[in-house]
Write a protein that binds this ligand. Structure first.
Ligand code: GUN
Ligand code: ZN
Length: 433
């Protein structure tokens, strides 16, 4: 048994509640703490001396004293086929999709390409400390097979789905309403709920799906209530005008999805920047989730996410990279840009709230908080080890943050990236190479 036991020692930081509502009562910090993991689960967390004393004989000891040990980061919206689209110059959403993204996504007809990119993508997430993500694949079922197979081999908890697109895309990237339904259904039956994998029904957005296809997606969501739904919403003004022209009977962009039965607590809508009042109300009433993608929103010139408005009206929010419209795989970088977006709108985002959002907050948004998002006995042992002094400039900055955890976390978010990630554990096993 001891072969499967590991003690991970360090400065444990984890949230069990939202600091925006609960203050710091939900923040748990141990200066010299340890996590005992066994068979992929957290068995105990506490003072290092107690955990070490109670650990099984022969348990592996990973001593990260002085470094932070936190729950693995969670990314609520990312595109694995866009690793070679990142940093494409000069376009806003619709041109960016046609000029860069749809060109790249056609390469995923080749299963060998899918496998290579899936491995690169997962390596990159692990390098950045991200252990769970909600992922768009391409229209090709083989892109989903490759992604889930690679995730399963690593034991990673992932949510993903085939994009359904039956119009306004190159012929090679289009399915039909029926084929999108049939292929998605077969993928749900193959992968949904298997080990640590979950399926997301993924109509890309209202521009590239006909009414018939959105209805087919809604039917899938009804038939498979454990499946998630992911799509894009109210990201860009030209996109919104196009959706209004394509769906003249709809009262709003969100209403297009609502009529197809796509709203609900397992539905994650990327961007949600330009929501009308009725859309905010419907999001809150259906417990749908809005994914804030700051690096993407800045890079594509889409606009500024109004987090305060959504939180005030009871809309559930998540934080996400949206690679490759987004420009970094790092949730630290993403939170740093999120802070700046909110600053422009005169909204505050204390480090504790941002850190909570990357971990338990996103776990809650994805209804996975019974399994991941915090360091508590019984949860899955996905962890990240963070070095707040990873670069000379960070080490220098930390000289003035001594003893103040909020100051440390804020500087870590502001200056940190993959260089600050010293190790990432997936199911209690070191996964960063
Ligand atoms: N809307 C539809 N597809 C996409 C995509 O791939 N990225 C972003 N940022 N927005 C989209
Ligand atoms: Zn996206």
């Amino acid at each position: 048994m001891s072969a499967n036991s590991r003690v991970i020692r360090g400065r444990i930081v984890s949230f069990t509640d939202d600091p925006a509502t609960a203050g710091l009562s939900g923040r748990h910090y141990l200066d010299d703490g340890a996590v005992l993991v066994r068979d992929g689960l957290i068995e105990a967390v506490g003072e290092a001396r107690d955990i070490l004393a109670g650990a099984p004989k022969g348990a592996t000891i990973d001593d990260h004293s002085g470094l932070l040990v936190a729950p693995g980061f969670i990314d609520a919206h990312i595109h694995y086929p866009q690793t070679q689209v990142i940093g494409s110059y000069g376009a806003q959403l619709l041109d960016w999709l046609h000029n860069y993204t749809f060109v790249e996504e056609q390469k995923f007809a080749d299963p060998g390409h899918c496998a290579r990119i899936a491995e690169f993508f997962l390596d990159e997430l692990i390098r950045c400390g991200t252990t769970t993500a909600m992922v768009y694949c391409t229209v090709h079922p083989q892109s989903v097979d490759a992604f889930f197979a690679a995730s399963e081999r690593r034991g990673a908890r992932m949510i993903a789905g085939k994009t359904m697109m039956d119009r306004d895309a190159p012929e090679a990237l289009r399915d039909t309403a029926q084929r999108g339904y049939d292929e998605s259904k077969a993928l749900i039956e193959r992968w949904g709920g298997r080990k640590r994998l979950d399926y997301a029904v993924t109509p890309r957005f209202a521009v590239t799906s006909t009414q018939a296809q959105l209805e087919a997606a809604g039917a899938l969501a009804r038939e498979f209530p454990a499946a998630y739904v992911q799509t894009h919403l109210d990201e860009n003004h030209a996109e919104i005008e196009l959706v209004a022209r394509l769906f003249p009977a709809a009262r709003s962009y969100l209403d297009v999805y609502d009529r197809a039965g796509l709203l609900g607590p397992r539905s994650v809508f990327g961007h949600c920047i330009h929501l009308k009042e009725a859309e905010v109300t419907a999001m809150a009433a259906t417990r749908s989730v809005a994914a804030f993608c700051p690096t993407s929103n800045l890079f594509l010139g889409s606009g500024l996410f109004d987090q305060a408005r959504l939180v005030r009206t009871g809309v559930r929010v998540a934080l996400a990279t949206d690679v490759g419209g987004g420009t970094s795989y790092s949730m630290l970088r993403t939170a740093a840009e999120g802070y700046k977006v909110l600053q422009i709108n005169r909204q505050s985002w204390p480090a504790a709230e941002a850190f909570y959002q990357m971990t338990l907050g996103n776990a809650r948004a994805l209804s996975l908080d019974d399994r991941i998002g915090s360091i508590e006995a019984g949860k899955e042992a996905d962890l990240v080890v963070l070095d707040s002094r990873a670069t000379p400039a960070m080490a220098h900055r930390m000289e003035t943050a001594k003893g103040d955890l909020d100051a440390e976390l804020f500087a870590l978010i502001t200056m940190g990236d993959d260089r600050a990630v010293r190790q990432t554990y997936v199911e209690g096993q070191p996964a960063k190479f």
